[in-house]
Design a protein around this ligand. Sequence first.
Ligand SMILES: [Zn+2]
Length: 376
Amino acid sequence: MPIGPDNDDGASSLACFSATYAAARAKLHLAASEAGAVITRYVHPGVTGPDGDSLSVDVAAFGPPNATRSLLVLSGTHGTEGRTGSAAQLALVRSGALARLPADMSVILVHAINPYGFAYDTRTTENNVDLNRNFIDFSAPLPTNPAYQELHDSLCPAEWTATSRKATDDAIAAWIATNGQKAWLYSIMKGQYDDPTGLNFGGRAPEWSNQTLRAILREHLPAVRRLGFIDWHSGLGQTGEPFFLCFNDRGDANWQRACAWWGRVRVESAEGYEGGERPPYNGLVFYGVRNMIGTAQMTGAVIEFGTVPLKTTFDQLRIDRWLKFGRTPDEPTTLERMRREVAECFTPEDAAWRSRVVAHARAIQLQALDGVAHWV
Ligand SMILES: [Zn+2]
């Protein structure tokens, strides 16, 4: 029997989380199939998982294929955040709400859009590309980020030791003292297209995951005119609380709609940047989806769940990158521990955090579902 939003308990919330990509995928498959979804697998042709099994993006489609109104929900754009997004999707399936869709509405769940990152507990794709910076026009000159270039050596040290951390933290602090906090945040958030081994690298071409998302939209949203969109993330904002990043044009009809669905205070909050202004981003999946649907309307958000303070999250991103490109000590247990700490930073094991996140995610998705159903 499906678990409704009103009869949930802590145990069923925790059961939405999985320990691995493979387990998360299997769990979503089973629940979505039982709830009547049509499942489509997009198998990655170039990489396999840690266990040697294939990696795939999996789509669970509810409702008619030619629906003109749809809700599109993504998980795992950043691989380490995939367990949280997958749990959110599963919470929606288990809510039972997808069995009661209006006649002209579909819900498309895209599970693990970056399956490599999810399976290996890393932010990026198999090419060290931040998928959420990869949706740019590659026929145009690549965006530049000279501030990142100045910071690259400090952000990405070859060694990760107490000494190297002290030296690089001092260098970064000096850079911020000269250039300001705002410039610092911009340099690390907006993405960079110069260094393929660096942080927030946006790529030199559309990633397989990018091309796959395009195929998914062509195949599953051919007639959409009104699209609700959620891209689940974690690591920004107050612990256990949702932080909304609405990339609709501030104040326009889609922005107002997002405020109506989720509450203006939430949509307009800048809390995730510790009070700072939201930096400009290049190449977001949000922008990619909006471009792909042409003249159709789209209301949506990247929605984060806060885990730990921004400085800690950011250091874990540096470690994530260092584990791939740095001079690592040959102590496998140390490296494994560090990899687990990266994963823990973005999807904490803490039961209270997990219960809270699932409750929020379920409610937020039901609000979006209701919003799309009544969108005039
Ligand atoms: Zn993210």
